[in-house]
Ligand binder design. Structure first.
Ligand code: C2E
Ligand code: CA
Ligand code: CA
Length: 594
């Protein structure tokens, strides 16, 4: 039995107070008996019997006006047959304003000593000395009331916590809207009703167009603000009975039940987003693409997955047709749009079967030309064709397959590093693994990494994780905790695809980073555009100030290397030094200790 179960009272606090006061009233001859609660420096009467002093149940007075304040200094009952004979009482303003003969009181406390209230008795007359015989009984009552109240508080807290947990499990924190789980639940229910009573229903899938650009240019905080504002406008565009949910980052969905015309609602939703959003000092214009799927009357067996898949296909069709519009699902909709859907299951399977491979690309020291690390990049061959990470990583993200992909890549890369270490005779060569945005705020990541490091017996600093900036900013407090635990495991953290502003890097000083990788977009024209050279030079200086190693990505030409040497870049990666290749094609000579 748990302690709180033992404490569960047979009666509530108020009822117990009544019993206590009834008993005292019968047995101890004082004109006034009360139990009061102490809250926010107020004394609130829970139960008052024969009020000789004009108090009523529920009434309150400031604690400083209470006679009881003089007797809660210890757990022992304070008993004064003649209160005026006690100097501390006699001089109080309370005592001046009312006639107090006898006084009896005891504090009600929780197990930790918290003051909950008092049991107290008063009488305008002076009482007989025998009052003191009541001390043990009063003390017992006060202890019991304290325990009952504490149990009630615990129970109320548990109920409150459960309600909060329940709310979080089914809502999105940023917008307060129902989340994916709740939405699926509602759709399922609507489908059941549809199958039973032939009631119609439709799902509208709303995807904001190119929302990544908003995050990239304005930062995550502003991105979040836009999402919250957009959610608010969408909410106002649907009827109270319809369910609007946030499914993921910039993806919302509406479930329409009953007779609403989905096309009309889709237009209303698009209109709702059309006006610019004011965020800080800036006006931001966004648009959305909407896919509509109606529950067909003859389609009794339609499942939640199917109707959402249809809405998804329609949404992609709307995107392909030029964005900022809606499309209604039609079974004849062309297939390229549904490529994502067609790849979802095969990808799940490829991961389960370990069919995703790791290719390795060298990261080099520009001074010596030696390879100091290899970046593991995921490769998938499906149906005789290569599917690029640019295609399957987003699918994995949308399908919840990222943790499986991360674990798989970690395992491959660590196994590979262990094999190379044996071959080289030292444990200093590093491999780096890309960690998707959400993983860095996944508290289970450090344990999974630790497990992998142990299994393959890697040395300190042999594993690097490449994380992206927006991933860190998405949930900075958790990311900081996760990152610190990773550092404790001697894992090297590298900031990938860097290049969108200083301010965020300065924010990121709370993350124990080892290096930053400058997005390959910057190196691209470094040998032709003096502005880029200037920019890169500034980034290098910043990296030096923050004591971070800077790796320039996407180096394909000698002329780029010349500029890099001139501006003092120390590390680089790119086709010039080596393309990503399968492990059997990796050349280990020329690697050195990082
Ligand atoms: P990334 O982390 O920025 O990886 C570097 C990408 O740049 C790789 O593309 C690489 O092949 C390419 N690259 C390297 N040198 C050059 C160059 O000189 N010129 C050009 N044009 N490109 C170069 P890849 O392998 O297609 O990967 C694309 C992105 O997919 C990666 O970008 C990374 O964000 C993601 N990715 C790849 N593997 C994984 C993985 O295992 N897990 C996760 N979460 N993401 C992965
Ligand atoms: Ca990377
Ligand atoms: Ca990169």
């Amino acid at each position: 039995m748990s302690p709180s179960a033992i404490l569960l009272p047979l009666m509530g606090f108020d009822e117990a107070c009544r019993l206590v006061v009834d008993h005292l009233k019968r047995e101890v001859p004082l004109a006034f008996w009360a139990v009061s609660r102490y809250e926010d420096d107020q004394q609130i009467y829970v139960c008052v019997e024969d009020d000789a002093y004009g108090k009523a149940a529920g009434g309150s007075q400031p604690w400083s006006d209470s006679f009881c304040q003089y007797m809660v200094t210890s757990a022992a009952p304070q008993i004064a047959p003649d209160a005026m004979a006690v100097p501390e009482y006699a001089t109080t303003s309370v005592a001046r304003d009312m006639t107090i003969g006898a006084y009896v009181g005891v504090p009600i406390r929780g197990a930790d000593g918290t003051l909950y209230g008092t049991i107290c008795g008063l009488d305008p007359r002076v009482a007989s000395q025998r009052l003191t015989e009541q001390a043990p009984l009063l003390h017992l009552f006060a202890t019991l009331l304290g325990q009952i109240l504490q149990a009630e508080n615990l129970r109320a807290e548990a109920v409150d916590r459960e309600a909060k947990l329940h709310w979080s499990a089914f809502h999105d924190h940023l917008t307060g809207l129902p989340n994916r789980a709740m939405f699926f639940d509602h759709v399922e229910h609507a489908l059941e009703l549809g199958a039973r009573d032939g009631r119609s229903a439709a799902v509208l899938l709303i995807d904001l167009d190119e929302f990544k650009a908003v995050n990239d240019t304005l930062g995550h905080a502003s991105g979040d603000e836009v999402l919250a504002l957009a959610a608010h406008r969408l909410q106002r565009a649907v009827r109270p009975g319809d369910t609007l949910a946030r499914l993921s980052g910039d993806e919302f969905a509406v479930l329409l039940e009953g007779t609403s015309d989905p096309a009309l609602v889709a237009t209303r939703l698009l209109d709702a987003l059309a006006k610019p959003f004011l965020v800080g000092q800036r006006c931001i214009t966004i648009s959305a693409s909407i896919g509509v799927a109606e529950l067909a009357q003859d389609e009794k067996e339609t499942g939640v997955e199917a109707i959402l898949a249809h809405a998804d296909i329609a949404m992609y069709t709307a995107k392909r047709a030029g964005r900022g519009r809606y499309a209604v699902y039609d079974p004849l909709m062309s297939l390229p749009g549904s490529r994502t859907l067609k790849l979802r299951e095969p990808l799940r399977q490829a991961l389960a079967l370990g069919d995703i491979e790791a290719y390795y690309q060298p990261i080099v020291d520009l001074g010596s030309g030696a390879t100091i690390a290899f970046e593991a990049l995921a490769r998938w061959r499906h149906d005789g064709r290569d599917v690029g990470p640019d295609v399957f990583i987003p699918i994995a993200t949308r399908s919840g397959l990222i943790p499986a992909l991360t674990d798989h890549m970690l395992d491959l890369a660590c196994a590979q590093a262990a094999e190379w270490s044996t071959e080289l005779g030292h444990r200093d060569l590093r491999v780096s693994v890309n960690v998707s945005p959400h993983s860095i705020s996944d508290p289970s990541l450090p344990d999974r990494v630790a497990h992998c490091l142990n299994r393959h017996d890697l040395g300190p600093g042999q594993l690097a994780l490449e994380i992206t900036e927006d991933a860190l900013l998405h949930n900075l407090p958790t990311a900081i905790t996760v990152a610190r635990r990773l550092r404790e495991l001697d894992v090297v953290l590298s900031l990938d695809d860097f290049g969108t502003g200083y301010s965020s890097l300065l924010h990121l000083r709370q993350i124990p980073l080892h290096s930053i990788k400058i997005d390959r977009g910057f190196a691209g024209d470094i040998d032709t555009n003096p502005d880029t050279e200037q920019f890169l030079r500034a980034l290098l200086a910043l990296g030096r100030d923050l004591k971070l190693r800077v790796v320039v990505e996407g180096v394909e030409r000698r002329t780029q290397v010349e500029v890099l040497h001139r501006i003092g870049a120390t590390h680089a990666q790119g086709y010039l030094f080596g393309r990503p290749v399968p492990p059997q094609d990796v050349k280990l000579q020329g690697t050195y200790r990082a």
